[in-house]
Design a protein around this ligand. Structure first.
Ligand code: TYM
Length: 373
């Protein structure tokens, strides 16, 4: 694969992602200054993810605001495929979803696709994916969602409700559609072929349960958008609103290129990693720096390709002035990669310590969040 090439699918992100090209290829819309101003009118402050363009693309977010402004409240829908423990990248859409829940007083439906990850990964059995779903739910709860307005459900445990909606949806989707959209072929197992209707079903939950159309907004990284393209095609055929979406960029891998990936543990920091393990991973990470201190001082580093910088950009420095200063010091060669890694390891340590405390407390709250039928 040459430098210019990259791949973004729900199962794989590889290479240096060109987000403008993704907007064109996926037919989504950039988040413009006008849209940001409209959001600010309601939220009073813009989340750093919006100010910095970490959430950069959408479908119909302006329509969500049109509806909201005439008193039609939307609900939020997001999820997780529990193939392992949660890593910091997964937290990006969840932290943003929590902000949206607070600012717009919105209900959240959170899907755990333990069936999807079992069907997709030959190494995983269903007991394992279900176990991970509950482990991941601790991280979701630790993000601070409102228990009265947040409903987490596992596909394998909430199927009585899900199946009726998924079946109505599936009747309108042909094999050739999912083949083209997801790259399935004749050797794909039939569980995966049906699965897009299970991930689509929650877009319509409240509409079907309440017997009236309710707008749906999905915050997620852009890798999931192919599911919503299919969901949006089918929705009008069922007399339902199309789901709206807001997309984030990818929290980077600690190695060069691609996203943080649970299947390659050294590329990712997991929420259950000890600060010591996190420090080791940061110490071994790729950077945008020069091979020697002398060259770094002379030529400066390249923050635009550096995961250490992007850790700060996403999660560990929400002060815009301070982040801009880090960027400049790196470019000018004043900041050395070793120093930068040490500063980051300290921030990651306090983040993990806090998160792990909240995660432990979440064990007692689990049943307040889980939907059962
Ligand atoms: P999964 O488990 O691959 O990812 C969970 C959520 O995290 C996002 N994500 C990332 N965001 C930023 N940086 C990264 N490096 C990164 N890696 C993953 C994903 O976009 C996703 O939002 N099939 C889905 C589960 C699902 C879902 C949903 C996701 C079911 N319904 C509705 C979003 C919205 C999955 O396997 O996600």
């Amino acid at each position: 694969m040459d430098e210019q090439e990259f791949v973004v699918t729900p199962w794989e992100v590889r290479g240096k992602v060109d987000y403008e090209k993704l907007i064109r290829d996926f037919g989504t819309n950039p988040i413009t200054e006008d849209l940001l101003e409209r959001i600010r009118k309601h939220t009073h402050e813009l989340h750093p993810f919006l100010r910095r363009g970490a959430f950069f693309s959408h479908r119909d977010f302006d329509w969500i605001l049109d509806k909201y402004e005439v008193g039609e409240k939307f609900f939020l829908y997001t999820g997780r495929g529990p193939s392992g423990h949660t890593h910091l990248g997964h937290l990006i859409p969840w932290i943003f979803t929590k902000y949206l829940q607070d600012k717009f007083d919105a209900e959240l439906y959170f899907q755990m696709t333990d069936d999807e990850k079992f069907l997709h990964d030959p190494e995983l059995n269903l007991n394992e994916t279900t176990k991970y779903a509950y482990e991941n739910a601790l991280d979701v709860i630790a993000c601070g969602f409102d228990p009265k307005k947040t409903f987490i459900f596992l596909d394998t445990e909430y199927m009585k409700t899900l199946y009726k909606i998924a079946a109505q949806f599936a009747k309108h989707v042909t094999f050739s559609t999912v083949k083209a959209a997801f790259g399935f072929d004749a050797s794909t197992n039939i569980g995966l072929i049906f699965f897009p209707s299970i991930q689509a079903a929650p877009c319509f939950f409240p509409s079907i349960l309440k017997g009236k159309n309710v707008p749906c907004l999905i915050p997620a990284a852009i890798d999931q958008s192919v599911y919503w393209r299919v969901a949006r095609d089918v929705a009008p055929k069922l007399g339902l609103y199309k789901p709206a979406e807001i997309h984030s960029k990818f929290f980077p891998s600690l190695m060069r290129g691609g996203k943080m990936s649970a299947s390659e543990p050294e590329t990712a920091i997991f929420t259950i990693d000890s600060p010591k393990v996190a420090k080791r991973k940061i110490g071994n990470a790729f950077t945008g720096g020069q091979p020697t201190i002398k060259e770094q001082r002379e030529k400066g580093g390249n923050p635009d390709i550096c995961p250490i910088y992007f850790y700060e950009y996403f999660l560990f420095d929400w002060d815009d002035k301070s982040l801009a200063k880090t960027y400049r010091s790196c470019r000018d060669g004043c900041l050395l990669c070793g120093e930068h890694k040490q500063t980051l390891a300290k921030s990651v340590k306090s983040f993990l310590t806090e998160h792990q405390k909240k995660r432990e407390k979440a064990r007692d709250k689990m049943e307040n969040f889980i939907l059962r039928d």
